[in-house]
Write a protein that binds this ligand. Structure first.
Ligand code: FES
Ligand SMILES: [Fe+2]
Length: 454
């Protein structure tokens, strides 16, 4: 190893999340204290995992058929009779609000000749097939058959729609296709405990954008699971985004923590607090640009602005809603990746959720960005249908995403080029860093767990 390389490999000493927390004197919530419980060896990932139709069918057969997956929010089906279609691979499900307190999911296929029963976001007292008009109750029972005397062999008692397991947490509806799935809360691992003070059940979806991407679903996930790409892909973030910390809890949850208002250590020199604030303000608006007064930091100003905005938005103080909340929960990025495909932002900084789903081919997927702020008491938003963006449209073509769309466009400019590059590559594997890409190793380790277990 030459001298330059040796220097580059010295352990980093910098303003990481960990070093901030280590100096902290105030009580911290469990989410910030919980140590990583997994330490995986570095491995190379076979490129076949991203380009092979065989591997994609293994995923459908052994992973998507076994895991809890987020299908929708409860506010997508607010009234009894509201329903929504959820597709994964060749499977299609209709998720139905059966009563004020109950949600059920049925295989989305008519028991006559198999037509889809639900094609999007729909409502009604019963499910009526559009082909020949058979109807099913919200409880899945066959209600009526046109010219039933033609079907003496079709018994009502034998013709209820097959059910798919449903689990609810935090206002989300999860589905599981397994015959006897393990409990949803087991798969969510630390999430229910960590998210207790962040009130996901009081959040309401206000924006939902779905974009088609020309890459494997894991390529899209991996673009968001590490911060190693920030310098190369999002240079505009380095004045206020430092190094990230990564923690893994069990097989299914990876947490990436990022400080806001602390420059990347390689780009800190010469920056004033006003420079830092101006850079933050461009991507995540904190109001008008301003000079940071002597004795204050960009973080201080962002904190004041965030708490005031929050109060204006929900009509109460953030500390009333979440007693004991600390600045890290209000300002910083606490990004949880929940296997197989859900990103939840903890705390109050970013009310954002991402979901990434495999597409019809191994080279395609969809990515959704959902914005779900905490709702002011009694505020109604109605059902929010996704805004659809095609392969060649940009996130920034969607004004509802605001200025942060630039960051998503930068990320998605990589993912399609990664897929094409992997197709062209003559190497059999990609190579991962020890620490900063540990979340990708966990993702692949967990995929292997499901695929090899069978
Ligand atoms: S396929 Fe549904 S009624 Fe015929
Ligand atoms: Fe990114």
């Amino acid at each position: 190893m030459d001298k330059m390389e040796a220097q580059d490999r010295e352990p980093r000493q910098s303003d990481t999340f960990r070093s901030y927390l280590a100096r902290e004197t105030k009580p911290l919530p469990e989410a910030l204290r919980a140590p990583s419980t997994i330490d995986l060896e570095t491995v190379n990932v076979p490129i076949a995992r991203y380009v092979s139709e065989g591997f994609a069918s293994d995923e459908h057969e052994h992973v998507w058929s076994q895991v809890w997956q987020m299908a929708c929010r409860l506010e997508d089906i607010p009234e009894v009779g509201d329903r929504l279609r959820y597709d994964i691979g060749h499977r299609s499900v209709v998720v139905v609000r059966v009563s004020q307190t109950e949600v059920k999911a049925y295989v989305n296929a008519c028991l006559h000749r198999g037509r889809l029963l639900c094609e999007g976001m729909e409502s009604g007292k019963e499910l009526r097939c559009r082909f020949h008009g058979w109807t099913f109750g919200l409880d899945g029972r066959l209600n009526s058959v046109l010219d039933w005397d033609e079907f003496p062999h079709v018994k009502r008692s034998e013709n209820s729609l097959p059910e798919v397991h449903v689990g609810l947490w935090g206002g989300f509806v999860f589905l599981n296709f397994a015959d006897n799935p393990s409990p949803l809360l087991e798969q969510l691992e630390v999430v229910p405990e960590h998210f207790g003070a962040w009130h996901f059940d009081q959040r309401v979806k206000t924006v939902h954008v779905r974009k088609q991407l020309r890459c494997n679903w894991k390529v899209a996930i991996e673009a968001f699971i590490e911060g190693y790409h920030v310098i190369g892909t999002h240079p505009q973030l380095t004045p206020y985004a430092g190094e990230f910390e990564y923690r893994q809890f069990g097989r299914h949850v990876n947490l990436m923590l990022g400080l806001t208002g602390v420059p990347h250590p390689k780009y800190r020199d010469g920056l004033t607090e006003t420079d830092i604030f101006t850079a933050m303000n461009r991507d995540f608006p904190y109001g008008a640009d301003r000079d940071v007064p002597e004795g204050k930091t960009a973080r201080d100003i962002a904190f004041e602005t965030m708490t005031a905005t929050f109060k204006a938005m929900i009509g109460k103080d953030i500390f009333e809603l979440s007693p004991g909340a600390v600045d890290y929960e209000i300002l910083d990025m606490l990004q949880y990746f929940v296997f197989p495909n859900l990103f939840l932002f903890g705390g109050f900084q970013s009310p954002i959720v991402y979901r990434i789903l495999p597409g019809p081919s191994v080279d395609s997927c969809t990515m959704e960005i959902i914005i779900m702020p905490i709702s002011a008491d009694g505020q109604e938003h109605g059902r929010v249908e996704p805004i659809e963006l095609g392969y060649d449209e940009r996130w920034s073509d969607c004004p509802a995403l605001g200025d942060s769309a630039l960051v998503f466009d930068q990320d998605t400019s990589n993912v399609e080029a990664v897929q094409a590059g992997m197709r062209a590559s003559v190497r059999s594997h990609t190579q991962l860093s020890l620490y900063q890409e540990s979340g990708i190793r966990l993702l692949h380790d967990t995929l292997s767990f499901y695929i090899d277990e069978e």
